[in-house]
Design a binder for this molecule. Sequence first.
Ligand code: PLP
Length: 576
Amino acid sequence: MPDITPDLVAQVASRLYNQLPTDQTLPGDSADSRCIAATLLERAQQDTSVAPFGSDMTSAVSGAGEVLERISKVFESIAMVSPGLTTAKPLAHDSLNSLNLSRTASLGQHADTLVRQQTYSDSSKQHGDLKGFVRNIQSFRNQLTGTDHNGAFADPFADLLRDSLPKHGKLSGNPAFNVAAIRGDFPVLHQQVHGKPLVWFDNAATTQKPRQVIDALSRFYEQDNSNIHRGAHTLAARATDAFEGARDTIRNYLNAGSSEEIIFVRGTTEGINLVAHSYGTRFLRPGDEILLSELEHHANIVPWQIVAREHGAVLRVIPVNDNGEINLAEYERLLGPRTRLVALAHANNSLGSVLPIAEMTHLAKRYGAHVLIDGAQSVAHLPVDVQALGIDFFVFSGHKIFGPTGIGAVYGRRELWEELPPWQGGGNMIKDVTFEETIYSDVPAKFEAGTPNIADAHGLGIALEYVTRIGLNNIAAYERRLLEYATEKLQGVNGLRLIGTAREKVAVTSFVLRDKSVPEVGTYLDQHGIAVRAGHHCAQPSLRRFGLEATVRPSFSFYNTFEEIDRLVQALKQLR
Ligand SMILES: Cc1ncc(COP(=O)(O)O)c(C=O)c1O
């Protein structure tokens, strides 16, 4: 155990300084201090001088929770012992600021600088300097213990402070998945909403962006921006490389057979519309059947309705059971020689059910049907291998996987892309144009008319690389733990009805609260800094299956924590 030396105090002070909000106020109450402590904890855990996260996630997370609790008490104590800090923040502001420390420098570096530069001499009378800070702690300790320890820092404050610093060993283990380090990559998570630390539980609607993606976008616009393919200059070559490099990354991510099988689109909605229109024109005949599940997002219903009507085809709906799981027997009964295409969500967005797409694809293939998978809710959570699955199309949106909005991709089997007619016409998708006739480019250009979203495609590639570095298996395992924890805790809220209890789920929970309207719950949680979706989630048929028009939907990602779930549950209990 380290002694409470000026060094250690300097480190704590330095960390405190690092966490000062920009308006330079210090923690005034425990909510404030808890927020700062949470950030401090994250930073401390990223610091290589303190322990990395544990291989056993349960003990690591509960260990982190305990540490957090203690740190927040330390901050309250600091606020009590050092009135100078709470009012004029002289140590943090005057002393540290005058040292010209960079907020981004490592904590150890700050502490070293402090220790080097601060005056520890007894003659120092400067209000709020490190010496004064130490003296204040000492006198507080004396008040608490009623004894004078003559300079030796002892219980209870010292123990509190000592125990609060993450220790080697306690959280040791697998540095591959470190939620604190991951959170450090997402700047947007470190803010307050309505005076409370933001809890982002609206991940099924959109995910937050890591620093790596944000920086890649700025760098692209600062250094490489150009239109692609046609330019004979350096920036055109760089921009083309960035764009086509992203296509290669997507190919690897989905294990597609070749990069030409990947078409850039605006997102899942545009991707499904592209396939529906081209596919309808080429393949759909009157009486053909398109099978959809009751769990589909409107993006995987409406385009099929439009093209079915155009071509005289019929939509058939695969029902789900009371848990929100596909009724496979009914699916098999619906399949037949008229089934032309089966369009399924890999994971449903309103309840979180994961569909057995491998099995369903296998069954569809018995009837020669094509299969399109809407991967909007799975791509960031479950590994996807389009070849192993044997599917024909896979569609996803970049913004659901930590990438930019306005960009997504469609994988399609090459033979199918070659057979399908283009959906949109214009520049970039042609080999030759006369007023009489146009010869189209080969895939993928044939389906990418006009200037594409170059920078965001690049950003999407960076996002996929980021996820790959962390590892989808690590992500899926951690999110499963979050989901189990949330499910158990939510069931303890009086009057809460969980909707969607499928055995296989992504980390989405959906519920209604007795005697409280869905918008009322959403607004109340927002007041507590907790962002959830409250509504029909663009999947009305899936909710009507359960007799509902709307639910509250907290959805989790790998940067969420168990403590955040506790905050959600606590807020819901208060609302009851
Ligand atoms: C399952 C599913 N499909 C499709 C979409 C549509 O995605 P986008 O709005 O990015 O086109 C969503 C969005 O929530 C979704 O959850």
